[in-house]
Design a protein around this ligand. Structure first.
Ligand code: SAH
Length: 256
């Protein structure tokens, strides 16, 4: 018996934007395996005038156009019967909370998501107020539309669903999983254009490897992302002044 697929509905003015994405690699495989089902809906299907108008001028003046509320509400009522019956609804917006792995994990537990994509100057505030459970930004920059941001959410969530990644370990061991960035990774050849893979990684000494990776993760996080590092320290992580002496600190900690 397999679980029903995780469902993601997308409301957008540009459904074609998602065509290739959903067939490719991870998402295509997840869909074929019945793990995820993504339905992309054309917001214009819920416009009511002859010109299928989805946007209008902003009240109070100013540049650009704003997406009208009616099509969003009509789509939600049509798709789910009632506003209150809508799934976990995410509005993609540069003024939302920054997307991080914690929220991705949280969204991946929802079972069913509705992603609302803006365009132009954004979406009428009443859509945010009434329909959004989450307002999510993918970074401190402004895109032309919510589609690329929705794609980010879809991909980040899908790869956490059970059975999607070949190796479940990678989701617990990677950047942001424990508040640190990932350690450096190497593969064959051991020597490439004069650059050697660190000896410790070839030593076969599991304890030393673990200690080395942890140290590199701490170092890198402190250097590249002082903000993450400070937060990690605050929640009880060891400091860079607490790097593994001799790189073997975990040798006697039991475990495997
Ligand atoms: N005038 C708006 C920006 C509109 S950009 C403002 O200043 O806040 C048009 C659409 O692109 C938005 O409605 C949103 O859906 C999407 N978008 C742009 N940047 C984004 C970001 N960083 N994260 C998520 N969505 C974004």
């Amino acid at each position: 018996m397999s679980d029903p697929p995780f469902r993601i509905d997308v409301l957008t003015l540009f459904p074609d934007w998602f065509a290739g994405l959903l067939d490719t690699s991870l998402l295509g495989r997840a869909r074929d395996a019945g793990v995820v089902r993504v339905d992309v809906h054309d917001l214009r299907a819920w416009t009511s005038d002859r010109h299928r108008t989805a946007d209008d001028e902003p009240y109070g003046g100013g540049a650009g156009m704003v997406l009208k509320p009616e099509p969003f509400f009509a789509a939600v009522e049509d798709l789910y019967g009632d506003v209150d019956a809508r799934p976990r609804t995410v509005v993609l917006t540069p003024r939302g909370a920054l997307l991080d792995q914690e929220r991705v994990r949280d969204l991946a537990g929802a079972g069913h998501l509705l992603l609302l994509c803006g365009r132009y100057e954004g979406i009428d505030e009443r859509v945010h107020e009434v329909l959004a459970h989450d307002e999510v930004s993918i970074g401190d920059y402004v895109l032309a539309g919510g589609e690329a941001a929705a794609a980010v959410v879809i991909e980040a969530v899908t790869r956490l669903l059970p059975g999607v990644m070949g190796n479940e370990q990678s989701a617990t061991d990677e950047s942001h999983a424990h508040g640190l960035l990932e350690y450096p990774q190497y593969t064959r050849p051991a020597s490439f254009r004069g650059m050697e893979v660190p000896e410790v990684l070839r030593s076969g000494d599991h304890g030393r490897v673990e200690a080395w990776r942890r140290d590199r993760a701490i170092e890198r996080t402190r250097r590249v992302r002082p903000d993450l590092y400070a937060r990690w320290r605050a929640i009880g992580g060891a400091g860079a002044d607490d790097l593994t002496p001799g790189g073997d600190r975990r040798l006697n900690q039991g475990g495997d």
